[in-house]
Design a protein around this ligand. Structure first.
Ligand SMILES: *Cc1c(COP(=O)(O)O)cnc(C)c1O
Length: 248
């Protein structure tokens, strides 16, 4: 069993050190605890230990856990299919993974129907990896402007990015730097629905480098909850489902 509160202390220590190393205030960096494959009990333990922001990468997992988790800010950080927007529009506080006009339009439509404005980040794929979602750095500006021109119920709050996997996280610093440069450029646009506040970059293995590049929202899973066991998670979900069937 992982000691979640001890792991959180370690992560906070790493964030503090990384911020201090580059002369930044650690207090300006938000820790988003990534809870994919984790049980509601584990997530609530993290919330009791001070976590204020939870990130999930799948709509289904948000749906499965939502009612069992204490009040917290929810972030959808993974790829979002347009046909699933309706399930999470009134549940999450921010969507990190907007990378197409088609998705933005659907979010806008659903947000309007719920009489709310959704905060989003535009996801950038800085290394143009086939395996990852996101727009290229070059296309980000056009997408941002098109969203601002067409989607009244969306507020653009920043950019999000997942760097390539590298043995030495220092190797991906140029990608983080590239996203930060684009962020600074977009911040000059004046528009009521653009309020750039968040640069969501950095995961368990590379958040120090991301902080050095300017990230103020790190998405950390395994360093808090331990290594993920997807097989175990599938088994637990199957058992839960069987129990629910029994009780019908
Ligand atoms: C899983 C995930 C994370 C966290 O990954 P760790 O390596 O466990 O910290 C961060 N961002 C996204 C988009 C993820 O899917």
């Amino acid at each position: 069993m992982e000691d979640i509160s001890k792991n959180l202390e370690t992560v906070h220590g790493r964030i503090e050190k990384a911020a201090q190393n580059c002369g930044r205030d650690p207090g300006e960096i938000i820790l988003c605890a990534v809870s994919k494959t984790r049980s509601p009990e584990e997530v609530n333990t993290a919330i009791d230990a001070g976590v204020t922001d939870i990130g999930e990468n799948k709509v289904q997992e948000i749906m499965d856990k939502y009612d069992d988790i204490k009040p917290v800010r929810w972030h959808l950080i993974g790829h979002l299919q347009t046909n699933k927007v309706k399930y999470i529009i009134d549940k999450v506080d921010m969507i990190h993974s907007v990378d197409s006009m088609k998705l933005a339009k659907e979010i806008d439509k659903r947000a309007k129907a719920h009489d709310l404005t959704m905060d989003i980040l535009v996801q950038i794929n800085p290394a143009q990896e086939e395996s990852k979602f996101g727009v290229s750095i070059d296309d980000a500006g056009d997408l941002v402007r098109e969203i601002l021109d067409n989607c009244e119920n969306i507020r653009i709050k920043g950019l999000m990015s997942v760097a390539p996997i590298a043995e030495d996280p220092r190797d991906v610093k140029p990608y983080f730097d590239g996203v930060k440069a684009k962020y600074d450029e977009l911040a000059k646009i004046e528009h009521p629905n653009l309020d750039l506040k968040y640069l969501s970059m950095g995961m368990s293995h590379d958040f120090e480098v991301a902080i050095e590049a300017g990230s103020n929202l790190v998405r950390v899973g395994s360093a808090i909850f331990g290594e993920r066991d997807y097989e175990l998670y599938r088994q637990q979900q199957a058992e839960k489902k069987a129990k629910q069937e029994e009780n019908k």
